[in-house]
Design a protein around this ligand. Sequence first.
Ligand SMILES: *Cc1c(COP(=O)(O)O)cnc(C)c1O
Length: 368
Amino acid sequence: MIKLSQASLGSEENKCIEEVLSQKYLGMGFFTKQFEEKLKGYIGENVEVSCVNTGTSALHLAAQAINIESGDEVIIPTVTYVASFQAISATGAKPIPCDICIDSGLLDIKDAEKKITTRTKALMHVHYAGNVGNIEEVHAFVKKYNLRLIEDAAHSFGGNYENKKIGSFGDITCFSFDSIKNITCGEGGAVVSSDIKVIEKVKDYRLLGVKNDTEKRFSQQRSWDFDVSEQGWRYHMSNINAAIGIAQLEKIEVLKAKRRLIAEKYFNQLRDCPNISLISMDLNNIMPHIFPLRINASKRNGLKKFLFERGIETGLHYKPNHLLTKYKSAPLPSAEKFWEETLTLPLHANLSIKDIDFICENILSYLN
Ligand SMILES: *Cc1c(COP(=O)(O)O)cnc(C)c1O
């Protein structure tokens, strides 16, 4: 079976894990600190980084750190993983689903503008497939309505926007390092911001709200006599997970080149097919995470089945959240059409060019 997504692991990860095991402390400590420093080195010296156990908890703590709470509303594109929605509702606030632009899968700012109320506190901008979209427009929008901006960059780690690393600009950026993301920690996430107050809060919240416990743990101590003034969570990142992340970050350029090459091969072979629409990707800048194609809704499920029977796994990213019972809201036509027409093709660094040729041949043979 050609897998839709897969981690790319080697002896480097084994070596890092063995080092953690030999030190006999698997919880949050030296390796977590080191991974945070390396992430900062990679993204930019203007930001601070706080690592947590999942991308979902990164989003949750980012929202909590900017005082999102019950009674507040957060604007968000409906096409995203339910994790983004759950992170908002975990604070007590209400996620307000917005429509997307059908040719990118990214937030439709015009629709977002219609959803502004006096309760709107923030925008969660989702980097669907690894694309950031028109970030100047997003920044102008949050400025106009005096909103905080959380970027769900779960898909886009490793990418750039006009020569700036994703995470190095904007307000707060959250990454995921779950087992199938651009780089993995097994499970993991990070909150990145140049707003030091946000990062200080996240550092406390991830350790049950125990004040300044991060620094203690990084120096192999722990707090006995401490204070807690806010709700916290057990969301910190362990040494084991951080060690995997350290090994993965070392290989990012190789992993990125491979993902770009695969996406380019897909573009070359599928772009001229009259029945297929592809979302555009700036492959000189981004690190693509998934590869969506759109075909007529009447053919989509047939193509999925046809490919599966030939050993090719595909995905459906994503069921719009406003169609879920918990987040039910008025119709969002472009998102619903996108959901019915989109199929995502295998994209990960273990695929060979022969795999991509085989996938494209099968797609074209089905459509003819
Ligand atoms: C993976 C993902 C998340 C959540 O990250 P986890 O590490 O799996 O919790 C959030 N948003 C999007 C768009 C994702 O793809």
